[in-house]
Write a protein that binds this ligand. Structure first.
Ligand code: UDP
Ligand code: MG
Length: 326
């Protein structure tokens, strides 16, 4: 280790750190107390300057909010942001990042699929390697359906092929970000945020840490297929213009094919009058096929247009109904 690095380590010891933990919660009454216990247990054994636990209640329909209020009354390190309705996982995390005061913030799901016991390792990497982002990579995912595993795999591969920034494969939002990244993130103007993509896009020094993703502690996944699809489209459309280019390439190809067919038919009428058979099947197939291509292309354009529409309306990403212990 060089002198300079030793000096840096002396300057930045874990004792100087104020740690924020950001936990988005949607209908998590069955796990929330347990999650709180496990996070606190990890943090109390860690020599930091202090910590805050920011729970974002994303319009839960069960008793999550009252459990959170109880925790906040007992422990002033617990801070609660309650949304006016369900805005989604990404806006919840985004609110946490905007409100946190830590030198570092750790984003973690409420369902204990990501182990809080990994925090010290993440902080160690942050300090020793001067990493601005320490992102957790899933080595293994326990207790998730084959369908979920398959779609998740497909999604990360697809997005990496199409997107303009490289996104680390098999990572969720479970990660540590430091003040520099937090402040940069807060300046990003877009409303519809795909957080892991944006953090990747921000850059600085990003280092992976590997872990085994556990089964959900209790309750059910809040990401049904429809939410997964929406998530996938946002992340694709916000990070790539390739679908537009693909639509153009398809349009170009069909024009070429159409021209060849036309040439073949015209030359047929002139030079091979007896070989041209009046076939309706081929016309119908061509109409349906290219009709489909056109609709798809319009659909892709519509998605981009819709996203622009959402952004220019300039509505807030979320509405906070209640703040506790802030
Ligand atoms: N979540 C949220 N709002 C939503 C959906 C989910 O705040 O609309 C939270 C949820 O409580 C959990 C995290 O986001 O802490 C991840 O959700 P989940 O565990 O259901 O997703 P999965 O792990 O199945 O992908
Ligand atoms: Mg989960």
């Amino acid at each position: 280790m060089s002198d300079c690095e030793i000096l840096l380590n002396l300057m930045q010891s874990p004792k100087d750190l104020f740690i924020s933990v950001i936990v988005p919660c949607y209908n998590e009454e069955q796990v929330i107390e347990h999650t709180y216990q496990r996070i606190v247990k990890t943090l109390q054994g860690f020599p930091a300057r202090g910590y805050e636990l920011i729970f974002i209640n994303d319009g839960s329909k069960d008793n999550t909010l009252s459990s959170l209020k109880r925790l906040a009354a007992l422990d002033s390190n617990v801070k609660v942001l309650a949304f006016s309705r369900n805005f989604g996982h990404q806006p919840a995390v985004s609110a946490g990042i905007e409100m946190c005061e830590g030198d570092v913030a750790i984003i973690i799901d409420a369902d204990l699929q990501d182990p809080p016991e990994l925090f010290p390792e993440m902080i160690k990497i942050h300090l020793e390697e001067n990493a601005n982002v320490v992102y957790a990579v899933r080595k293994e995912r326990k207790g998730e359906s084959l369908f979920k595993l398959f779609t998740a795999k497909l999604f990360y591969r697809l997005i990496n092929n199409l997107s303009d920034v490289k996104l680390p494969v098999d990572t969720g939002d479970f990660r540590l970000i430091d003040r520099m990244v937090i402040d940069t993130f807060k300046k990003l103007p877009e409303k519809n945020k795909y957080i892991r993509g944006l953090i990747s896009w921000i850059g600085y020094k990003q280092v992976p840490v590997y872990y085994v993703r556990e089964e959900r502690f209790a309750g059910e996944t809040k990401y049904p297929l429809s939410k997964m699809m929406k998530f996938a489209t946002t992340s694709l459309l916000y990070f790539s213009k390739k679908p537009l280019k693909l639509a153009m390439t398809m349009g170009f190809l069909s024009i070429v094919v159409g021209l060849f067919l036309a040439a073949w038919v015209i030359t047929g009428i002139i030079f091979r009058p007896n070989t041209i058979v009046s076939g309706w099947a081929s016309s119908v197939i061509a109409i349906i096929f290219f009709g489909g291509v056109q609709l798809l292309t319009i659909g892709v354009m519509g998605e981009y247009l819709g996203n622009i529409f959402d952004e220019i309306k300039n509505r807030p990403e979320y509405i906070i109904h209640e703040k506790i212990n802030f």
